[in-house]
Design a protein around this ligand. Sequence first.
Ligand code: SAH
Length: 338
Amino acid sequence: MTWLESTGEKSFRVKQIEDWLWNKWAKSFDEMANLSKDLRTKMDEIFVIKNLEIATQQKSNDGTIKAAFKLFDANIVEGVLIPKGDRMTACISSQVGCSLTCKFCATGYMDRKRNLEPFEIFDQAKAIAQIAETEFSLPLTNIVMMGMGEPLLNYANVLEGINKIISPQGMGWSPKRITLSTAGIAKMIIKLADDQVKFNLALSLHAANDEKRNQIMPINESNTLSALKESLRYFFQKTKNQITFEYIAFQGFNDGERDAHELANFTRSIGAPIKVNIIEYNPIAEADFVNTSADNLELFISILEKKGIIVNVRRSRGKDIDAACGQLANKQKTAAVA
Ligand code: SAH
């Protein structure tokens, strides 16, 4: 903070100001009671405090809470709290909108307006932690970067935001409880490995065959499965961090026996302990995919398990308020509770 030094203030003021901004969520410089009136006035003339505000908060029948955060420039991003017993997971956004146009994802039908700033990423985590305290009297246990946007296309800000969540001056979190989910940008997965990140990685795979993946995730045209495989192998070799694959089984598209074999072969080729999360498809208005049937899913999973793959089935949460994966598109349903 060179401006502060130029005013002749002592260096410990930086910590005080950071504490007001990051931890106490000061809305104005005037609140910063341990700074001189003179410094507060000067700062007010030069700087703007960019706060995150909870515009609306909705609660699903299953307890999931979706918060719409209003940013300083009036853009809105969404964050979700998913309670499951004592497990409180925050799902947070990395961009306003998204540029990747995945065919099954509501955010993919919005334009990408801008990247979130590091403090906007951190503030979402903090705000959702507060909601968990208020609503359930429980601390947050997990954070997933699975909200709006592609985190690896906002690399520097996302890493800085996560580092703030991890740092003792921020939320003091263990990186092992944080997962970044990506549609798969090979070059950036390699960068994560080179940067020796300590958090977990999830890859939204959804098809283990280039021709099919191209149809539903256009990003696959420039980041093919073989490029992703190489980057993930590298990521695991360098970091040993957990890699999870996310897979939505769409009826009649990628839920056949052959698809299961392709999925098993692809994930095993990474050479790492593999987990596959089968995500229930949350229907969106823009597309006409259908989730696979229960019988089919059973067969699909048995093929994976026979090949030694650990499979979890992730039931959808918060569907009635459009808070489930892929449904985040700034829609408001029912009466919003502020
Ligand atoms: N861009 C990142 C993070 C946001 S999407 C990524 O692609 O991973 C978070 C997860 O929700 C991804 O696995 C995504 O594929 C999944 N998803 C998107 N739309 C969905 C939908 N309609 N139903 C279920 N999951 C969906």
